[in-house]
Design a protein around this ligand. Structure first.
Ligand code: ASP
Length: 587
């Protein structure tokens, strides 16, 4: 038998046609005398009827069928009897009475039901991923992912980008996350690293004159485990020559718009808003702001200048801030217990407390009111424009703690109070990130983005004296509060790159040793250039609405960075270790 079409393609247009179908027994119902089989392949499900009147042998075969058997059938498509149509199915108006049936392969009883509506433990799903992948939601997600690749490739090709593969075995350049290392057999004691990103290679492609590069590329980061991270993930990696920031952002928002249009049928409004980092932090408290709703952070430090309320006064004396957010007209939903829970929540981000101010018909009420003079209380009420039923939630602390605690509280309340229209897609570019931040752990400055990002021209003089105040030509794309990409204009000037290495505390020997090839290249005619990388998996999550990154990757690792299906990572043979001249501690 040779297959004539997919099961999912057997629609009413095919009535009267002879078809040969191959697929999996999704469900089998024995009606005594008649057997119905829902036959499934990647395009969908069609009902096959086994009736001894039509084919005795086929009927006898059907009696032996079990879930997930792989079969082939032949028959002529006919309309289902009136009243038995299934409107939920593309093929729901028709059925195929089998005149011939063949079992191509038997199957063990699946370890979990493959209908999507029944919850199954993730451990089981990942152990038998090939069964899990038969389920329609994963089939759908991977097909959306496939569309995503195609749109990116077509767009980049149309806009003159050249796809180049960069090496997966490369040199370890510890900066940012931890590398995955690969021991070299030929050079005992030496190691390759898997790339955390193709950053330096794509810059060198600009030195080489390719002008526009892209790659859909696997990157590897051996980071501490976090809920929705994968040790290997996919980026859309891009680099462009002779560009400034607006060239990159302008074209890349067209790419993102093309993806949403062609994969999801959603038109994104352009240009995407640009929000400098400082403003994002001031208004949203986070550098990945969710701009689908307001509830902006309001500063009241000036109003609280004279306050005797210790937590505010102490925060201000130490150069901190007092800020808050307003919940409009929902104060009654915030009982003591709710406020206590929210206080615990903000404590998780380092805040010492959360002061509520409620507006009632009798005026403002707050457990801290007794510590405030009337003018301050009046000032707070006015600054938040508190009306009857409104609630302000206020924190006094260091600027970073205030920002993060209120920023996270804002998002939590946004979801919980239904202020976010989850159907919206709201991208925003966050720009002008700080260039450096001080790492207490390493006792030196580290790059906020990476060491190759250029400073803003007007901040160059700050290398001497106040490097922490410098801003970078770096940008992130944030969609609905999720960072989906980031990039920068790079240092194409040798001296500025050297200054950056100096600021990071690398001796010239260290810089030479790690990045000598880049420093050399910068002396051989490097064009101005910049680029970006988007987290492809995260984009697909937005396109599919998947709640976990593991729902958009065919064979993901667990949250504990293991592959339950293959059992990786595993111990290896001592012979393999010997060849690599490696000895395990304690072996
Ligand atoms: N290589 C950077 C990253 O992976 C992106 C870029 O700067 O283009 O985050």
């Amino acid at each position: 038998m040779r297959r004539s079409c997919y099961c999912g393609e057997v629609t009413a247009e095919k009535v009267g046609e002879a078809v040969t179908l191959m697929g999996w027994v999704h469900r089998r119902r024995d009606h005594g005398g008649l057997i119905f089989v829902d036959l499934r392949d990647r395009e969908g499900i069609v009902q096959v009827v086994f009736d001894p009147e039509h084919g005795v042998e086929a009927y006898e075969t059907a009696r032996r069928l079990r879930s997930e058997y792989v079969i082939a059938i032949r028959g002529e498509v006919r309309r289902r009897p009136p009243g038995t149509e299934n409107v939920d199915l593309k093929t729901g108006e028709v059925e195929v009475p089998a005149v011939e049936a063949l079992i191509l392969n038997e199957a063990r009883t699946p370890v979990f039901p493959l209908d999507d509506d029944r919850p199954v433990s993730e451990e089981l799903r990942l152990t038998y991923r090939y069964l899990d992948l038969r389920r329609s939601s994963l089939q759908e997600n991977l097909r959306i992912r496939h569309r995503g690749y195609q749109v990116v490739r077509a767009f980049c090709d149309r806009h003159g980008f050249i796809e180049v593969e960069t090496p997966a075995l490369t040199r370890s350049t510890p900066e940012g996350a931890r590398d995955y290392l690969v021991p070299s057999r030929l050079y005992a004691g030496q190691f390759f690293a898997l790339p955390q990103s193709p950053q330096l290679f794509k810059q060198l492609l600009m030195v080489a004159g390719f002008d526009r590069y892209f790659q859909i590329v696997k990157c590897f980061r051996d980071e501490d485990l976090r809920a929705d991270r994968q040790p290997e993930f996919t980026q859309i990696d891009v680099e462009m020559s002779f560009v400034d920031r607006e060239d990159v952002l302008g074209l890349m928002e067209e790419l993102i718009a093309a993806i949403f249009r062609e994969v999801k049928g959603v038109e994104l409004h352009r240009p995407f808003p640009r929000l400098p980092y400082v403003e994002a932090m001031a208004i949203y408290g986070l550098d990945n702001p969710d701009v689908r709703f307001e509830m902006f952070l309001v500063e009241i430090s000036d109003v609280c200048q004279e306050t005797a309320f210790r937590p505010f006064a102490e925060a201000l004396a130490r150069g901190g801030q007092v800020k808050g957010i307003k919940v409009k007209g929902k104060a009654e939903a915030f009982s003591r217990k709710v406020i206590d829970d929210l206080t615990e929540f903000v404590k998780g981000f380092g805040a010492k407390g959360l002061a509520p101010f409620r507006m009632t018909k009798e005026g403002p009420q707050s457990p801290v009111a007794k510590f405030l003079d009337p003018a301050t209380l009046e000032g707070i009420t006015r600054r938040f424009d508190l009306k009857d039923g409104d609630l302000a939630l206020v924190i006094g602390d260091s600027p970073m703690v205030v920002a993060e605690a209120l920023g996270r509280l804002r998002v939590k309340l946004g979801y919980e109070l239904g202020l976010i229209d989850e159907a919206l897609i709201r991208p925003v570019w966050v720009t002008d990130f700080p260039l450096l931040e001080y790492s207490e752990e390493e006792k030196r400055y580290v790059a906020v983005h990476h060491p190759f990002t250029a400073p803003l021209d007007e901040d160059l003089s700050l290398f001497e004296g106040s490097p922490e105040k410098m801003r970078a030509k770096a940008y992130d794309l944030v969609i609905n509060g999720q960072e989906v990409g980031g990039g920068s204009i790079r240092n194409h000037n040798r001296e500025i790159q050297q200054k950056m290495f100096d600021a990071l505390g690398f001796s010239s020997d260290q810089a030479r040793q790690r990045f000598g090839f880049l420093l050399d290249a910068l002396e051989f005619g490097t064009p101005p250039h910049g680029g970006i990388a988007f987290g492809f998996d995260r984009l697909i999550m937005l396109l599919t609405g998947a709640e976990s990154i593991r729902e958009v990757i065919a064979f993901p690792k667990t949250q504990r960075a293991q592959c339950l299906m293959t059992g990786a990572p595993t111990v290896v043979d001592t012979v393999q270790l010997k060849e690599l001249r490696l000895k395990l501690d304690g072996s």
